[in-house]
Every structure is written in C-alpha cells, then in structure tokens.
Ligand binder design. Structure first.
Ligand code: SF4
Length: 150
C-alpha cells in the first residue's frame, strides 16, 4: 500500500478529461530539479485504502471522467488494484511516471501514460524540447501536441 497526498481535481493533466489526481509519495527516482521533493518520503501523506478511494470516486463522480496517479508504479500490485477499481466505475485512467516505460500489467489498466523523468533543461509536456511523452495506450499515439501552448 502507498500513501497519497490529499487528492486534487485536475483540469489540464489529461486532455479532454476532468481527472481526480492522486500524488503517491515515495518516488525513488530523485530527478534533479524535482518540484515535489517533499513527496519523496514514503511516510508523507495518508494511506490510500479501498474504502477511502471508493468514497472519493463516489464524491466526485458527477465532476470527473478520469483518475490520474502521479507515481505509484513502485508498488505495482497496489496501483493495478486501484486502477481496476476506477475502471470498474467507468472511468478513464492515467499514470504519470518518471520511467521510460511501464509493464504490460500496468498498461492493461491504463487509458493514458506519461513517461520520462523530469529534466529541467528540457522542460515538461508544455515544452517542445521535452523528453517526456504522453501516450494513449490503445492507439499508441503520442499526444504531446495537446499540451503545447501557442
Ligand atoms: S519522477 Fe517526478 S516526483 Fe519522482 S523525482 Fe522525478 S520529478 Fe520528482
């Protein structure tokens, strides 16, 4: 099981969706320039239980169409479990990971994945230079153009 910060409604992280976002604490990647250093400690945040997760999905069900996890792939079995619960509620699913790829087991539960660690000189998804990719799993399409501004 992993801890998460207080969930936030996300309007820009998953194009075409209003998503409920869960930041998982305990990221082991240690990217230089990480904006979320306070989330590296796995004890930070609160344990995500099935009851808490399902309660949140119920509370936000009229507002959101997707659940997005920021990290959590280091506890793959638990992440797969929560993604399945979201899918069973008819929601799209997304994972933001700093890894270059994730397992087939995880992909099977995902509608979208954002891959690639944060490199300050290259920027995030809104940068033309970014090393990161936002992918629609079913089609394999890279949707980075939807994040570019101007
Ligand atoms: S993957 Fe994200 S949270 Fe983890 S260290 Fe890199 S920038 Fe920070």
């Amino acid at each position: 099981m992993f801890n998460v910060l207080e969930p936030q409604v996300c309007f820009q992280e998953v194009p075409g969706h209003i998503a409920l976002g869960f930041v998982c604490t305990g990221c082991p990647l240690r990217c230089p320039g990480c904006h979320s250093v306070d989330t590296w400690d796995p004890k930070h945040g609160e344990r995500l239980t099935s009851q808490r997760f399902l309660g949140l999905l119920e509370r936000y069900k009229h507002l959101m169409t997707c659940v997005v996890f920021f990290g959590g792939e280091w506890q793959e079995g638990d992440l797969v479990y929560f993604l399945k619960l979201a899918t069973q509620q008819g929601l799209a699913t997304c994972l933001y990971t700093g890894l270059e790829d994730v397992s087939e087991q995880l992909k099977a539960q995902l509608t979208y994945v954002k891959t690639g660690r944060y490199v300050a000189e290259l920027g995030g998804l809104a940068s033309h230079l970014t090393n990161q990719r936002f992918i629609e799993i079913a089609s394999g399409k890279v949707l980075n153009s939807l994040f570019l501004k101007g």
